[in-house]
Design a protein around this ligand. Structure first.
Ligand SMILES: Cc1cc2nc3c(=O)[nH]c(=O)nc-3n(C[C@H](O)[C@H](O)[C@H](O)COP(=O)(O)OP(=O)(O)OC[C@H]3O[C@@H](n4cnc5c(N)ncnc54)[C@H](O)[C@@H]3O)c2cc1C
Length: 297
C-alpha cells in the first residue's frame, strides 16, 4: 500500500436533508457522498480519489434505522455495520447478516462504516454485496429526479462500480427475511483475521417437511468483479433431498460456474478450488441446521 499523503483540497458540506444532499450532488459532478469514511478517507489520503466536494450524509436525521418493512429488513443509509449486526431484528430474523458483518475488518471500522456505504463502494471482496445477492435485496436511492429502486442483481455492475448515477444517494437497502426455519452459513478464507477475504460464501437453505429443498441461495465473493450467485447449483438442489453426493456435486458444479482471475493475492485456480470447498461446507452446515430445526419441531 502506498504511503499515506495529505488529501487533495476539497470542499466539505454537511447535508441537513436528503433533498439538500441530492441538490449538492447534482450541482457538482465532482462531488462525492461521505458516509462512514472507512473507505473514502483512506482513498482521499492516498489520492486515489480527488473529489472537489464531499457531501456528508452522516447527520441527516432519521436515516440511521433498522426496521421490518413488508417482510424485509430495511436499513437506512447511515446505520452503521455494528448497529445492524447487533440489532435484535437482524439477530432473530436475518442472522446470516450479523455473521457476515462480523467478518468485516475490525470493530473500529464496523463502528463507523455503514452498510449502505459498503454496498455503494462495492469492493468485490466485500461481504455485504454478496449478502445483498443472497438475501434478494432491493436498494433504493434518491436524486433530484426522485427515488429509484434496483435489485441487487442490477445494482452491482463491476469492481468499485454500481448502477448509481454520480448524483444519487443510496438511501436504504431492504434485505428479504428468509423463510422461518432456513438454515444458513457464512464462510470465508482470508490471510489474517480482519483482512479482506480471498474468497467467501453466504448460503441459505430451506426444506419442506419432507426434507425437499424449496429455497436455496448461494452467493460468492472474491471470485469476480461482482458477487456471484451460482444459480445453476441452486437449481440442481431445488426440489431434491440433500445428501452427501449432492453436496459433492454442488462443489464440482460451483467450480465450473465461476471464472475468477489471478491477482497479487491468489491465483484463479486457488480461488476456484477454495470457492468449491466453501460452497460444500456452507451447504452442509445450512442443511444440518435445517435438519436440526425439523428434528426439534
Ligand atoms: C483497515 C480496513 C479494513 C477493512 N476491511 C473490510 C472487510 O474486510 N470487508 C469489507 O467489506 N469492508 C472492509 N473495509 C471497508 C469498510 O467496510 C467500509 O466501511 C465500507 O466499505 C464503506 O462504508 P462507509 O460508510 O465507511 O463509506 P465511505 O467510506 O464514506 O464511502 C465509500 C464509498 O461509497 C460512497 N457512498 C457511501 N455511502 C453512500 C450512499 N449512501 N450513497 C451513495 N454513495 C455512497 C462514497 O461516495 C464512497 O465512494 C475495511 C476498511 C478498512 C479501513
Amino acid at each position: 500500500m502506498a504511503a499515506p499523503v495529505k488529501p487533495a483540497p476539497f470542499e466539505y458540506v454537511r447535508a441537513r436533508s436528503l433533498h439538500e444532499a441530492a441538490e449538492l450532488l447534482a450541482a457538482d459532478p465532482d462531488a462525492k457522498v461521505l458516509a462512514g469514511g472507512q473507505s473514502l478517507v483512506p482513498m482521499l489520503s492516498m489520492r486515489l480519489a480527488r473529489p472537489a466536494r464531499l457531501v456528508d450524509v452522516g447527520r441527516i436525521e432519521h436515516l440511521a434505522y433498522v426496521d421490518e418493512v413488508e417482510g424485509h429488513l430495511e436499513i437506512g443509509a447511515t446505520a452503521t455495520q455494528t448497529q445492524v449486526a447487533t440489532h435484535p431484528l437482524t439477530l432473530s430474523r436475518v442472522p446470516i447478516l450479523s455473521a457476515g458483518i462480523a467478518r468485516i475488518g475490525h470493530t473500529q471500522i464496523r463502528n463507523r462504516g455503514t452498510v449502505c456505504g459498503s454496498l455503494a463502494h462495492h469492493d468485490p471482496s466485500a461481504e455485504l454485496p454478496a449478502l445483498a445477492l443472497a438475501l434478494d435485496a432491493r436498494l433504493t436511492s434518491f436524486s433530484v429526479r426522485g427515488p429509484v429502486s434496483r435489485t441487487a442483481d442490477a445494482f452491482f455492475t463491476g469492481t468499485f462500480d454500481t448502477a448509481l448515477d454520480l448524483d444519487e444517494v443510496l438511501t436504504s437497502v431492504q434485505f428479504a427475511m428468509p423463510p422461518e426455519g432456513t438454515g444458513w452459513s457464512f464462510r470465508e478464507v482470508a490471510r489474517r483475521s480482519g483482512d479482506f477475504a480471498l474468497v467467501g460464501v453466504g448460503a441459505l437453505l430451506h426444506t419442506d417437511d419432507a426434507g425437499v429443498v424449496d429455497h436455496v441461495r448461494i452467493s460468492l465473493f472474491g471470485v469476480g468483479s461482482t458477487p456471484v450467485r451460482v444459480r445453476a447449483v441452486e437449481d440442481r438442489l431445488l426440489g431434491t433431498v440433500v445428501d452427501e453426493p449432492a453436496l459433492d456435486a454442488a462443489a464440482e458444479a460451483t467450480a465450473d460456474q465461476i471464472d475468477p482471475t489471478s491477482d497479487a493475492h491468489a491465483s484463479a485456480d486457488y480461488r476456484r478450488e477454495v470457492a468449491a470447498h466453501l460452497v460444500q461446507e456452507a451447504l452442509a452446515e445450512a442443511w444440518a441446521t435445517t435438519r436440526r430445526k425439523h428434528a426439534d419441531a
